[in-house]
Design a protein around this ligand. Structure first.
Ligand SMILES: NC(=O)c1ccc[n+]([C@@H]2O[C@H](COP(=O)([O-])OP(=O)(O)OC[C@H]3O[C@@H](n4cnc5c(N)ncnc54)[C@H](OP(=O)(O)O)[C@@H]3O)[C@@H](O)[C@H]2O)c1
Length: 282
């Protein structure tokens, strides 16, 4: 199996491994994106809500990697879903005239208006693919009744403790790819120290993080580990040159607890719709 890129349902190719930038300050995001691209990453994930899109754009340009060689992913925040300029303002912050993937970040506020903006961005060539983040269950069902274009990606929490079995059945039916957030459990030491993972890592001469990221890739997920540490960033890309056996995959499957780190409430969705990110000045 070729695990270096995923082919999306509209024929676009997306690298399987990228750099995530959640909770990175502008300075850290710029540094991580620049260094990651210089060492061979070709997928960058940011969001309006991370308040570091300008910095990611600076990191991309400073890397020297041509824009067309980078798969750039970002997300509209709910307070912008009904703003008809939201996509253009996103492109301006990133310093680009298109993104490779544009998500709705949360199923909050007027998310149908937001989805219509994604569909328009796709038609206008301002997004090469579109996605929804944190849409599961009833939100997926409601959107499925209303979308004109099937999205290419869903970005949700996924890791060995919560491998998203139920959602994956829906995504497989619809031909939608999953991109994992919190792929390393947001750095949870307990996940990285799981004996099952540690044993495989020892046998293969890899780190526990690499074994977990390889599990994501072999499961068919795109994965975007976040890091401000250049050694971790380098390690996290080096997961495409080894394989886990079926027995390894089965052993990791036993870690499934059906438990998430992050449980969003309906009250939070209301707060999300009201919150406005504060952006770096141009
Ligand atoms: N759509 C959403 O709602 C949503 C939500 C959360 C995240 N995301 C996206 O998903 C990405 C990944 O999530 P995340 O960054 O929160 O969590 P994560 O990738 O699971 O974990 C990041 C943490 O793991 C540590 N780490 C990274 N590589 C490591 C390695 N090789 N060995 C040991 N520790 C390592 C990092 O610390 P160091 O800095 O020290 O390496 C950081 O503390 C985000 O950056 C963001 O792009 C999306």
């Amino acid at each position: 199996m070729d695990t270096t890129t995923l082919t999306l349902n509209n024929g676009v190719e997306c690298p399987a491994v990228g750099i995530g930038t959640f909770m990175l300050s502008p300075a850290d995001a710029e540094n991580s994106v620049r260094e990651a691209l210089k060492m061979g990453y070709r997928l960058v994930d940011t969001a309006a809500a991370y308040q570091n899109e300008r910095a990611c754009g600076r990191g991309l340009r400073a890397s020297g990697v041509p824009r067309r060689d980078v798969f750039l992913s970002t997300k509209l925040w709910p307070s912008d879903y009904a703003n008809p300029c939201a996509v253009d303002e996103t492109l301006e912050r990133l310093g680009t005239d298109y993104v490779d993937l544009l998500f709705l970040h949360q199923p909050a506020g007027d998310w149908l208006a937001g989805y219509r903006q994604l569909e328009k961005a796709l038609r206008d060539g301002k997004a090469r693919s579109i996605g929804i983040s944190n849409f599961e269950g009833r939100y997926m069902e409601e959107l499925e009744r209303q979308w004109e274009v099937v999205p290419q990606f869903v970005q949700v929490e996924a890791h060995p403790y919560f491998p998203q079995h139920e959602l994956r059945r829906t995504l497989d039916r619809l031909g939608i790819r999953l991109m994992s957030w919190y792929p390393l459990g947001h750095g949870d030491r307990a996940l990285l120290a799981e004996p099952v993972v540690a044993d495989i890592a020892r046998r293969l001469g890899r780190t526990p993080a690499q074994v977990i990221l390889r599990w994501h890739v072999q499961t068919g997920f795109a994965v975007i580990p976040g890091s401000r540490n250049v050694d971790h960033i380098r390690d996290n890309l080096a997961v495409l040159d080894f394989s886990l056996t079926d027995a390894d995959m089965a052993a990791i499957a036993t870690l499934d607890k059906g438990v998430r780190y992050y449980n969003r409430t309906d009250a939070q969705l209301v707060q999300f719709a009201a919150w406005q990110p504060t952006y770096e000045k141009a």
